[in-house]
Write a new protein. Structure first.
Ligand code: AMP
Length: 451
């Protein structure tokens, strides 16, 4: 049987892999300027990390989490029909997002000591959600995210949003084709009353709304704003708005965030119905959407403040804020805008063996070139010289080193510029250094060369 990759997953290689690497390099660069360092947490965590952090009532936890059981545990769970008897440490899930695991790591490693400065970290990696697969919506997808812990200052909210917009621009996305939506979701002082008001509103319109929204009225009423059902949308258009229900502190915080964004010249739209899907958000929330070429999945990133999350994960109360962006959706947006994030295929120097007896010298030449820092390729299949030259083109070689019997006897190699077809002889003993200098020569590196 020939196995296939699981539905909603992807093998990353070639140009797409280079694009993913380019995105991470851009993140390291842009986020580094804002004082962020990198972190990698495990791809699986205890289920409780997500239940506490994301919320039992969210779709992500209720329906979309991939559970993980090791050997004997799996057998026990199958037999018992439930995992209720497993110890918490054995009840594992693949991470559906990065923040809960990051906060778990922050608590476990005491990232925020008493009076500590804000901790700023970013991550990149695969996330897993058992969703209905469609364009831009996968079961294993990749996110780049950033998190700040330790300060409630609205300047941080603004800086994190500005950093996110810098990141998109650096990736090559056109600012005029993106919408930045912002909102405040209030805090424990004002949100409960607002939630109740929305729940009451839904119940008052029960006969016009879908079954799921009626359940949401009891579990997570704000999620009704995200319902895709047209009738529910029409009803929710008249629902009470959080902006009218914010307490003074939250209203002031929100005003400050907007002031800083204005100062930075960042255009945004206020959307009082923006309630992000995960339970942990407080105050500032934001989402970035692309306006062209994306179909239904137009959100390319989002995040918000989560001042209560550290406590939910067993830590001391510590404010936090962060965001995550999706690699696959950004790729769709970049493709729609004609931007190639992957860049050209890397070039190499191709070393050609003009006769079988030169093979060993080719081996030595490749070794010397690579050790001098030059990317070198050669033939391993005894191809003819003509076919090796074709291979050189396939590898986008800008230079070929040709070693034939006559050259070998003279202790030389021929170096051929594949663009101009100019050739010169180089002593084999100087080959690595000469080729390295040539490849590193700016004029040579920048010369227009058909990819
Ligand atoms: P979220 O963690 O749901 O706020 O998602 C943050 C970003 O991750 C979204 O804006 C998307 O770009 C991306 N994303 C979320 N879920 C998926 C998915 N199933 N497939 C691909 N990208 C996703």
């Amino acid at each position: 049987m020939q196995a296939k990759k699981p539905e909603g997953t992807e093998d990353l290689f070639g140009a797409r892999m280079r694009a993913w690497q380019a995105m991470q390099a851009t993140a390291a660069d842009v986020f580094g300027r804002y004082g962020f360092s990198a972190i990698e947490t495990p791809a699986m965590e205890q289920v409780d990390v997500f239940v506490h952090g994301i919320g039992q009532s969210t779709d992500v936890v209720r329906k979309e989490m991939f559970r993980v059981f090791s050997g004997q545990n799996f057998a026990n769970v199958l037999e018992a029909g439930t995992d209720a008897k497993l110890k918490p440490g054995k009840r594992l899930a693949l991470r559906p997002e990065g923040t809960a695991g990051f906060v778990r790591a922050a608590v476990e490693n005491t990232f925020v000591p008493q009076g500590g400065a804000p901790v700023k970290m970013w991550y990149a990696g695969p996330m897993f959600r058992g969703e209905r697969v469609q364009k831009g919506r996968l079961r294993q997808f990749h996110q780049v995210g950033a998190e700040v812990l330790g300060a409630p200052d609205p300047a941080l909210d603004a800086e994190v949003i500005i950093m996110l917009m810098d990141f998109y621009e650096e990736l090559g996305l056109d600012r005029s084709k993106m919408r930045l939506l912002i909102n405040s979701m209030g805090d424990p002082a004002c949100r409960p009353a607002y939630r109740d008001a929305v729940a009451t509103f839904i119940r008052e319109h029960a006969d016009e709304m879908c079954e799921e929204c009626l359940v949401r009225a009891d579990t997570n009423p704000l999620r009704a704003f995200d319902c895709k059902n047209d009738a529910c949308r029409a009803v929710m258009a008249d629902a009470p708005l959080i902006t009218d229900a914010l307490c003074d502190e939250c209203a002031e915080h929100y005003a400050k965030v907007k002031q800083y964004l204005d100062e930075a010249g960042i255009a945004y739209e206020e959307d009082p119905t923006l309630v992000r899907g995960l339970d942990y958000y407080t105050r500032t929330v934001f989402e970035v959407q692309v306006t062209e070429g994306m179909g239904a999945q137009s959100a390319i990133g989002g995040g918000g403040r989560y001042d209560g999350l550290m406590e939910l994960e067993g830590g001391k109360p510590t404010p936090g804020i962060g965001f995550a962006v999706g690699f696959e959706r950004i790729m769709l947006a970049l493709e729609a805008q004609g931007v190639n994030l992957a860049g050209p295929e890397p070039t190499c120097v191709y070393v050609v063996s003009a006769a079988p007896e030169c093979r060993d010298a080719v081996f030595r030449a490749c070794l010397g070139l690579r050790r001098a820092g030059v990317t070198a390729e050669a033939d391993y299949q005894g191809r003819s010289m003509k076919s090796q030259m074709k291979q050189a083109d396939k590898h986008h070689a800008r230079l070929c080193v040709i070693i034939g019997p006559d050259e070998l006897a003279a202790g030389e190699a021929t170096v051929r510029d594949m663009r101009t077809h100019e050739q010169r002889s180089v002593p084999l003993e100087n080959l690595a250094c000469d080729v390295r200098d040539l490849v590193n020569d700016d004029a040579f590196a920048q010369a227009d060369f058909p990819a």
